[in-house]
Design a protein around this ligand. Structure first.
Ligand code: HEC
Ligand code: HEC
Length: 378
């Protein structure tokens, strides 16, 4: 959430910058860089697709692969691709029966400590491409095409997909693909947790007049603690904290509480409710439309990106709104002071980072926010 806010903030400021530059002068990026040369494009364009489009010609035997493996791969992945110290094992968990069916039975049945690469791999091109661009980890893209063929052959031999006298090449790779243990195991939904065959994101597309306040996201209960306690996995300092996922989720999702419809917080603390005068029946019926202290400011805070920098209860870039409320609780002209600061920006009160002026905002909105802060930022 807070990370997203930071991203949003960066995006907003970058977007702002480029818009103003674009209007101010000729597009500045016209003079930056140059066209890539065909040779450069060729060097980048190395992907190998599921149908083997992009696969370079070449060949490598299991025996050659074994030598390369020992020299360049075994230290991290184990002599037989079985090591799980650096990464889950590459090899293991597949059976001759799987090679016949094309579905690795252990994926569904369990019984293996960790899913290996060979258990998951549905397209041989994926492994070829990955090794070609990313391995060895310490020297990516250092292997020649023939060497990649060779190590792939070695891994396949360790998995009993091809015999030890086999030479893998661009010409026979399709035949080998047809023997891959999990070739029929591509799934549309990763079984991270049991969703009973349905996607765990269920939505009705809205392309027009969508109700923004209805959008929120929550982790389903069964997923909340699925990766251990997030609180313990985050640094205790800094803007990003993990939720304590061993405890049940808060009753209200954070995102939607920022965008609650206006009526809810018209039930304000007594000191903030505007006096209801008997001569003003309109006010009585619609307090939110008039009494600034009772207006729900939270949608405004979200709309004006205040929440990109301020948490309700914690510091993000700027102080938490509750901290601001507490600081000025007993200051006599607090509302006017805070309104002035919001409009003009602020620096040096809370730390080294300044707050930019909010000149785009309507005075009435600024006043409402200042009043809400003085009333305790609830
Ligand atoms: C210095 C350690 C190291 C060396 C050496 C190394 N690897 Fe890896 N390998 C890794 C790590 C770490 C990952 C996971 C990287 C990631 O997910 O970002 C990985 C991932 C892989 C994967 C993908 C597994 C998957 O399921 O996603 C393959 C295949 C692989 N390595 C093959 C090789 C081959 C072949 C070599 C030798 C040419 C090699 N590795 C050398 C550390 C190493
Ligand atoms: C780019 C980040 C950023 C945005 C956006 C932002 N603020 Fe701030 N805000 C800060 C920082 C940083 C401070 C602390 C400034 C200081 O030390 O004086 C601050 C301080 C404040 C203060 C306290 C000023 C004081 O004198 O103590 C208020 C009130 C405030 N912000 C309200 C808002 C409101 C309302 C919005 C949205 C309209 C908003 N801020 C948007 C970063 C931001």
């Amino acid at each position: 959430m807070q990370k997203n806010n930071l991203k949003k903030l960066l995006f907003i400021s970058l977007a702002g910058m480029s818009i103003s530059l674009a209007f101010a002068q000729e597009k500045p990026w016209n003079h930056i860089g140059r066209k890539a040369t065909p040779a450069e494009v060729k060097a980048w364009d190395i992907d190998v697709r599921g149908d083997f489009k992009g696969l370079p010609k070449g060949k490598g035997s299991v025996a050659q692969g074994e030598q390369i493996w020992e020299a360049k791969c075994a230290s991290c992945h184990g002599t037989f691709g079985e090591l799980n110290e650096v990464f889950p094992p590459l090899v293991g968990g597949t059976t001759p029966e799987d090679i016949k069916t094309g579905i690795v039975a252990a994926n569904a049945q369990g019984g293996v400590a960790q899913k290996t690469t060979m258990m998951k791999l549905a397209k041989l091109s994926t492994m070829w491409d990955y090794i070609n661009r990313a391995m060895p980890w310490t020297a990516p893209k250092s292997l020649q095409a023939d060497e990649v063929y060779a190590v792939v052959a070695y891994i396949l031999n360790l998995s009993a997909v091809i015999p030890s006298d086999f030479t893998l090449s661009d010409e026979n790779i399709r035949e080998v693909q047809a023997k891959l243990p999990n070739r029929n195991g591509l799934v549309r939904f990763d079984g991270l947790w049991n969703t009973n065959g349905k996607p765990d994101v269920q939505n009705t597309a809205c392309m027009k007049d969508c109700k923004v306040e209805d959008i929120s996201s929550t982790l389903p209960d069964f997923a909340r603690n699925a990766h251990g306690n997030l609180l313990e996995q985050n640094r205790v300092i800094g803007g990003v904290r993990g939720a304590d996922t061993t405890k049940p989720a808060p009753a209200e999702p954070v995102a939607s509480s920022l965008t609650k419809p206006a009526m809810k917080s018209t039930v304000a603390t007594p000191s903030t409710v505007a006096p209801v005068s008997p001569v003003s029946p309109v006010k009585e019926m619609k307090p939110a439309a008039d009494a600034s202290a009772a207006v729900d400011v939270k949608p405004m805070l979200a709309k004006n990106s205040c929440t990109a920098c301020h948490g309700m209860k914690n510091k993000v870039v700027g102080p938490g709104f509750n901290e601001i409320a507490a600081k000025y609780k007993s200051k006599s002209d607090a509302e006017a002071y805070l309104a002035g600061k919001i409009k003009a920006g602020s620096s040096g009160v809370w730390g080294a980072i300044p707050m930019p002026p909010q000149a785009q905002m309507k005075d009435a909105d600024i006043k409402a926010i200042a009043a809400w802060l003085v009333a305790g930022a609830k």
